[in-house]
Design a protein. Sequence first.
Length: 124
Amino acid sequence: MAAWTNDQLDTIARVDEIEISSRRTDGTLNTPRIIWAVRDGDDVYIRSVNGPSAAWYRATRGRREGHLHASGVDTDVVFIDADAAVNDRVDAAYRDKYRRYDASIVDSINSPHAAETTMLVVPR
């Protein structure tokens, strides 16, 4: 698998929202969904605030491939279930990046329900 460039990582860390699309079994992309993403070192993580029942999250379960778009970053990606060991770091990254939002909003993306959907997003 490829690695993120420093410019891509900086962009993802800077923008509030990214768009992700999962790849269907026929190879086409689902409708993009706007979500939050965080950077932890050289890695990018995403979560479903609505937990595993969210349609976009369920769609990633099939091929585990998709596409990410964020302010000039436009790349195919792979979705990898993250090990629970990263959850504290990802929680902290969400708190830091989105601290200007109401605490209840940030708490929802860091809830145990959301944390169980944490995925590492890797360029393909």
